[in-house]
Design a protein around this ligand. Structure first.
Ligand code: ZN
Length: 200
């Protein structure tokens, strides 16, 4: 008996189901949508994926992903060379770039320290980060890491590792989100906001 769905379509569904946020059910819906929009969506998406698979590479300086190496951010001469922002993932870099307040360069760790998952300083290449800072151009390192236990453990580890270089190490203020109502904040956020209070 023939399968109810062609094996190529079945494969498409299986691959889509591996994407974050998509289960088998949404994957089937997405596949059907792609098939219906063959010219408008499926073909351009296939081309974009092929190009991405061929060209996207990891920046040897900062671990960002781009179609060139070094990446566009590392090569951007208008950025402040004295300011280095350390993030856990490329997604965090994108978020900070969308916020658009800093014209800095980055260092993507690729995760946070997590001994239980076997992620130590070696896996995150912290030695390479220290070596980069030791080159002398960087005057301030901003640790833009998550306000989680792993994120803060990583921040403290990097602070200690950079201590011999005697440069300025800062971190993001943890506090009240813009538009946030105090009543809705958890105690941890509220306590951090109080500790990081600023003069009016
Ligand atoms: Zn780069």
């Amino acid at each position: 008996m023939a399968a109810p769905i062609g094996s190529e379509i079945e494969r498409l569904i299986q691959l889509l189901a591996r994407l974050p946020g998509l289960g088998p059910r949404s994957a089937r819906r997405a596949a059907l949508h792609l098939i219906r929009k063959r010219e408008a969506l499926l073909v351009p998406l296939a081309d974009a994926l092929k190009l991405a698979a061929e060209r996207i590479t990891v920046c040897p300086i900062c671990n960002n992903v781009d179609t060139r190496a070094p990446c566009g951010i590392c090569e951007d001469e208008r950025r402040d060379k004295s300011l280095l922002v350390v993030v856990a993932d490329v997604g965090d870099l994108w978020a900070l770039e969308r916020a658009g307040t800093l014209r800095a360069r980055y260092h993507v760790l690729g995760g946070t320290l997590s001994p239980l998952d076997g992620i130590g300083p070696k896996e995150l290449g912290i030695e390479r980060l220290v070596a980069r800072v030791a080159e002398g151009e960087i005057k301030e390192v901003v640790l833009a890491l998550n306000a989680t236990v792993d994120g803060q453990t990583t921040a403290h580890y990097i602070t200690d590792a950079l201590a011999p270089l005697s440069i300025k190490v800062t971190r993001l203020a943890h506090g009240v989100p813009v538009g946030g109502e105090l009543d809705y904040l958890d105690e941890g956020t509220l306590a951090a906001a109080l500790r990081a209070r600023t003069a009016m």
